[in-house]
Design a protein around this ligand. Structure first.
Ligand code: AOF
Ligand code: ZN
Length: 338
């Protein structure tokens, strides 16, 4: 499983919207063959490893196989891996995490067991969960994983969407924030943020160049008035920006999930952040704090609860804390367990 996990980490972004999966096979004579899923639509990890064995003339009968995700049982873009493993005559299968994808969900394992293959599930599962954290979350909850990014002054004022922002986040904080943009599949924002802050919403590399993969941008709005981007930086976003009618955070994230955008970043002002928090739709918070003071006049805070929602019931815990140069702090928060 350690070899399989090492492979899963190598899986490139091109596998999206699929998960990152690695596989390791040990033949009865002790040869080890490893591989990972490389691109959506192409061979799954198990298929790839079996193909390598075939090419090298290695005997797969009686082999032990470890996979970081339950082998699939469905005919998707490719044929079922469970069938391929059965046909190859493997003797034992070790799986880290069960596949929550609706067309699989335990059926791959059931097929393999019915064929008399010894199966073990849950080996190094927390590591395998981490490799596909947002994908697994999205499959299980039927809505995308949402990360809220916020940037505030030391006295708690918001940096964005006010139009009165008199301070600038440090270079170190901006470089760090790009790491998040490079990670996600989509960025969601508001009309107010677009007009007040004129953000580019591109994912950039540390040298400032545009990253090869760009997030999809959604501008949430309660009105269906067309989005006018003339003269704004967003007009030249490589993937364009799409207007999304805002019914509720939950419905929006169900929609992005359905479109295969499993990892979504919210970059807007306190109003939109509050709506997502109250709906219980914030799964991680990246909170940048600058060692500057805005003072009362410029300070934006959360308002009264929306739609009877409540903030005091929400509890987050610190997951990570990082000093970024002499003037910025990044706190990463996740839901508090228990
Ligand atoms: C595996 N091994 O390496 C991967 C699996 O339509 P497809 O063929 O692209 O299949 C997509 C689904 O297959 C995906 O949502 C997930 O449930 C599973 N991915 N399964 O046995 C793999 N990548
Ligand atoms: Zn498969």
């Amino acid at each position: 499983m350690r070899f399989a996990l090492g492979e899963a980490y190598k899986a490139p972004r091109a596998v999206r919207p699929n998960p990152r999966v690695g596989c390791a096979l040990e033949t009865t004579s002790g040869e080890l063959v490893v591989g990972h899923h490389k691109k959506c639509g192409e061979a799954h990890a198990e298929r790839l490893v079996l193909d390598i064995c075939h090419e090298r003339g290695l005997e797969t009968r009686g082999a032990r196989v470890a996979v970081t995700l339950e082998p699939c049982s469905h005919h998707g873009r490719t044929a079922p891996c469970a069938d391929a493993l059965i046909k190859a005559g493997v003797a034992e299968l070790i799986v880290a995490v069960e596949d929550p994808f609706p067309s699989v969900q335990g059926q791959g394992l059931a097929k393999l067991r019915a064929a008399g293959i010894r199966t073990t599930v849950g080996v190094l599962s927390s590591k395998a969960e981490a490799v596909n954290r947002e994908w697994l979350f999205s499959q299980r909850k039927r809505r995308s994983f949402l990360t809220l990014k916020m940037a505030t002054s030391w006295d708690g004022g918001w940096q964005s969407a006010s139009g009165t922002s008199q301070w600038i986040t440090s270079e170190e904080a901006r470089v760090k924030a790009q790491q998040l943009r490079r990670r996600v599949d989509a960025i969601v924002t508001s009309r107010l943020t677009v007009s007040a802050d004129n953000p580019r919403f591109t994912a950039r590399n540390p040298d400032g160049s545009d990253s090869r993969d760009q997030p999809q941008v959604f501008v949430l709005s309660q009105s269906s008035e067309p989005l006018v981007l003339t003269g704004l930086a967003l007009a030249s976003h490589p993937r364009g920006a799409e207007l999304a009618r805002f019914a509720s955070p939950e419905l929006f994230l169900q929609e992005t999930h359905a479109r295969g955008l499993h990892d979504v970043l919210l970059e807007a002002g306190p109003g939109m952040a509050q709506a997502f928090l109250e709906a219980g739709c914030v799964d991680e918070i990246w909170s940048f704090v600058e060692t500057q003071f805005l003072g009362g006049g410029a300070t934006l805070r959360f308002g009264a609860p929306f739609n009877g929602g409540s903030l005091p019931g929400l509890r987050f815990a610190l997951r990570d804390l990082e000093a970024l140069g002499p003037t910025s702090l990044l706190a990463v928060l996740g839901p508090k367990e228990g």
